[in-house]
Design a protein around this ligand. Sequence first.
Ligand code: CIR
Length: 254
Amino acid sequence: MFNHIICRTPCKALVNGITSANIGKPDYQKALEQHNAYIRALQTCNVDITILPPKEDFPDSVFVEDTALCTQFCAIITRPGAESRRQEIQYIEKTIQRFYPDNMEYISAPGTVDAGDIMMVGSHYYIGLSARTNQYGAEQVIALLKKYGLTASIVSLEKVLHLKTGLSYLENNNLLAAGEFIHKPEFSHLNIIEIADNEAYAANCIWVNDRVIMPTGYPNTKEKIATLGYEIIEVDTSEFRKIDGGLSCMSLRF
Ligand code: CIR
């Protein structure tokens, strides 16, 4: 059960966000409307929502997920792997501190971590080693979580930006997996819902209190999730996709 959500309104500089997608620049007005629809979807999930103001100096700052790992017992402020995103943490720290007054932790150099690389499955956390999250960072996360009785392990990834680009845990043992993650032995104890390559973007969904929020336009994935019995809310994220962002990236859920 999640009680809290933190989001940030996209800034106009969003159009200059880091991208590898090659599908054009986001339209800011459209992105804003899509972000509003995302908030409206979250509002139906029985959570309290904090919406932070846009931060023009940081094109990618709408993707708050990467700046912190918020667990049941502690929050870990990350050290984002992309230089242009590193200072985003300064603008979210105070907000997170409100929820974790006595249990804030930090990643330090040379460690780098984007929390989009960290997936929670119960009290275990999978940490993807990626272009953004390095071994030092992952080891720091493991040690910090251990202090709070939580476990973590490292997963390699080669083809996508973040671990959760290709994976979403929907609770109840159900894991959406695309591409390189479908056959990873680390996840073979879970019920793997295979997402075909032509719908790979839809592997990034979020479970929020028994609802699943998924991107619009992926009918096969939608059917598979519906078969599992979840209530589905679709949100169009086309403009965020243009800068490698998806549904999970735009919120912290805890
Ligand atoms: C970036 O490259 O950092 C952003 N353009 C996209 C971040 C997506 N975040 C995520 O998957 N958690």
